[in-house]
Design a protein around this ligand. Structure first.
Ligand SMILES: [Zn+2]
Length: 112
């Protein structure tokens, strides 16, 4: 299943929505959203996880980061499995895409 990103028109939070499904903001319950593409932001903080739930054991170690978008909204996402975790820093620019398994996936533009 493909997912697309929506920005809530009321609170500006970002939601990943199954393609073709109606928008419903997870934060404020509004149904007024705008589909967005090419979402990017900068890493504010991140950590590398070495302990994970059973269904993610094969993925460790993996990174999770807080990202500040251009509209000042913060999102939490998972760093792409192709990321060189040693090269991620505060300020790394990431492109954000929705993913059925991981929610929001962060693709660093300068730390591959
Ligand atoms: Zn909202």
């Amino acid at each position: 299943m493909n997912y697309v990103l929506y920005a809530c028109q009321r609170c500006h939070k970002i939601s990943a929505v199954a393609e073709g499904a109606p928008f419903h903001c997870w934060a404020c319950q509004s149904t007024e959203g705008t589909m967005i593409e090419n979402v990017s932001g900068t890493v504010e903080s991140f950590t590398v996880l070495h302990v994970a739930p059973l269904h993610y054991l094969d993925d460790i170690p993996y990174g999770v980061a807080t990202v500040l978008l251009n509209n000042q909204v913060r999102v939490v996402g998972r760093l792409s499995r192709f990321t060189d975790l040693d090269r991620v820093t505060i300020g790394t620019v990431v492109h954000i895409s929705p993913d059925e398994r991981y929610g929001l996936v962060l693709h660093p533009l300068d730390a591959r």
